[in-house]
Design a protein around this ligand. Sequence first.
Ligand code: NOJ
Length: 566
Amino acid sequence: MRNKILIVMLLFFALLMSPVGAGAQSKADAVDGEGHQWWQHAVFYEIYPRSFADSNNDGVGDLKGITSKLDYLKDLGVDAIWITPCFPSPQVDFGYDVSDYENIDPMYGTLADFDNLVSGAENRDIRVILDFVVNHSSDQHKWFMDSKSSRTSEKRDWYVWRDGKGPGKPPNNWVSTFGGPAWTFDPSTHQYDYHFFYAQQPDLNWRNPAVKDAMFNVSRWWYKRGVAGFRLDAVDTLFEDPGLHDNPIAGSGKNAYGDPIEENKYNTKLPEVHGVLRGLRKVADESGAVLIGETWTKDVAELKQYYGEHSNELQMPMDLMLTKLKFSAPVFRDHIAGIDGAGGWPVYVISNHDIVRSYDRYGDGQHNDQIAKVMAALYLTLRGTPIMYYGEEIGMKTTPPTRKEDVKDPIGQRGWPKEKGRDGERTPMQWDGSENAGFSKATPWLPVPPAYKTHNVAAEAQQPDSVLEFYKKVLKLRHTSRALLDGSYTPLHESDQNVFSYLRSYKGEVVLVALNMSASPQKVNFELGKNGFSSAISLLATPKSAAQGDTLTLEPYGVFIGQLSH
Ligand code: NOJ
């Protein structure tokens, strides 16, 4: 009996002492002893399923392909994957036009494949996040088909239908962000339906409680299937001004699609959005799930609103402003100060499937690998949760089409040549140096960039100084350093134009991060002695960057991460 009690006590203590995120994904171990949620300690990784790994060799990636790469992701240091839409879809916007919210597109596999992916991920302590396209469905969704069928159909009010202003005149001047009018006339019911994006993506009417219920239930349905949260697509655009006021026009210029340049005053960022986010959050909380927002904001104040006044909206609104910054120490320092001081948990992103890849956006064309390492060292050591984009860890570069006839993304077809579309940042993952970069045995849906010969997983795994190996090292450090996970953020040398440096401190553990964001070597004196430290012990540094006494020497685009000791 005494032995039994002892065993039970030992098991109880073992459970208490088990590290955050280790083992099960149950709600019980979602929070550590200090109140951190699992997603605060996790590194997220965005997967564009068409382009990640093609298991059935039809040229398009799929779920089994993702499952086959889980060991790679685990080894890299990924804790959660966000898969962009893999639901049934006519693929007008490559999945962001959903025709059934509760299934998997056959092109990607089946629900059983999805369940296998989730359990394979669970076995490796990786969580799965899906992309919830909340603003609009496909025009092929049965809800829209019913809605369009007659003015009195059951689901007529599930979408935004309005009368025109007269023959051939839409209800107002709103243009679609993907080009052309935001209203499409339906000749059989003589009304216009509204779409912020393509005509094939009609906006759902979130003012209708039945839409809310249906969408909340969709999220419940996936939580029950083991999904750990959602990335919410295009949250800004959920509501429109009921008065349908014309949007102001900025000047007489035209955008890449030939439309007037509008300020989206009356069809984006309406305050009603926050009510929906609170509702979705309530449902997410029932399952301990996380909500990540596609939050394009103009400033920190706007970003702050998405956390909710009582932290009851999005746990993770993305700081997408970061993707607009110029590669410069003072610019990053200023921006990070604002985000870190905003009171919420920061969520950093440097690339995604809609924007030019970070490798060439920050790169100068000569030192791109080094600059990619500086960026990795930066956003993976800040206080907050990072979201990586597939291929970023091997230095994949944007490779846009060179001829209009090769463009797949409709915005590129419509906006060519000013807008080349987003194909360039969606090219197949570069796994090895074989044909099609090991992505598929068939011709991939988008061509593999020539750079795959040097920048691929297999080759970089053999090179200790590759971008991939650097990412792995930073991620390992991040997972094992309490200072990097939970420590406070203190900027140093705030007038330095070249070196961005800061401390991350947690209960006496202090890590110094110094990043040379310039093309010339730099020396910085951190006056360690004066600040009560005896030395900086290197945890990770690029080849010619080192600390000697109080002085740190950094090669051009050099990185030094060190532990300060007393
Ligand atoms: C944002 C997504 O990231 C983008 O790829 C998509 O085209 C639009 N929302 C519309 O869903």
